[in-house]
Write a new protein. Sequence first.
Length: 318
Amino acid sequence: MAAGLTIGVDIGGTKVAAGLVDPAGEISFRSRVPINTQGTAEDAFRCVEAAIAEVFVQAPETRKTVRGIGVCSPGPLDPFKGVVLNPPNLPCWRNYPLAAEVERAFGIPSRVDNDANVAGLAEAIWGAGKGYKRVFFSIVGTGVGTGVCFDRQIYYGRTGTGPEGGHVTINFQGPRCGCGKLGCIEAYASGPNIARRAQARLLAGAKSRILTLAGSIDAVRTEHVGAAFSEGDALAIDVLNETAHYLTIWLGSIVDLLEPDVMVIGGGVAELMSSFFTGISANLPEWCVIKRASEIPLVLARYKNDAGIIGAAALVNQ
């Protein structure tokens, strides 16, 4: 058991979380440290170093038996070289050799990858995709990220920057996405864009419990739409039905491209939309050449806040 221990590190815009992960995908010791993103590259790395060191303080006997350290970092990044390129949420790191720095600090083999890839890997090995050969994963929240795993191995594409499934266009005349393209699924189904569609309806004069919950149209967030939906609010139901329709169109293209064995959806919006999964599956053949699309399970991810730590730990087994 000890020989299979790994450390997973999840870096966000405000914190670094780390944990000791066993071969069953369970976290036994964990730490959490604020990250300084406004200082130098070295300032930010010291926060990463402190989070990892704290795990070893809690479990000193594992220092010589941990087989690797995996790190989940905001991208863009190069997973082949372990270099963080230019993430908007981490302005301190530009072309920063994060994997090499972790190895230097601890003398343990290290790898770096992005959040969607590692979360998808966690689901493929230990989570809702366990036992399936071809796993499509998407994290739907503030944005829409995707990961693809074949035989429990991450598919990266030619340069390591793929797959960017959240930026597949479903309407070439649609709204401009944050990536610059028109009509990406992220421009329709991400949390902020669900809220924007609700705001537009309220501005047009629609009555809804959403406004009461938010206090003002400008303050409307996805959680207000979700809360109103749970109360049976007509506008919230309509907005989420629209979201389910957009997701169906998108997943139809994913099925035609990959025909995975399972589709695993995680993130805050996924939990909100999970009651629509049966309907999405039933309607997939309308948007697929592959007419047996409804046979592919569409399931909610197992891992939530721990997906980054657990998936990052799994990286070192790749």
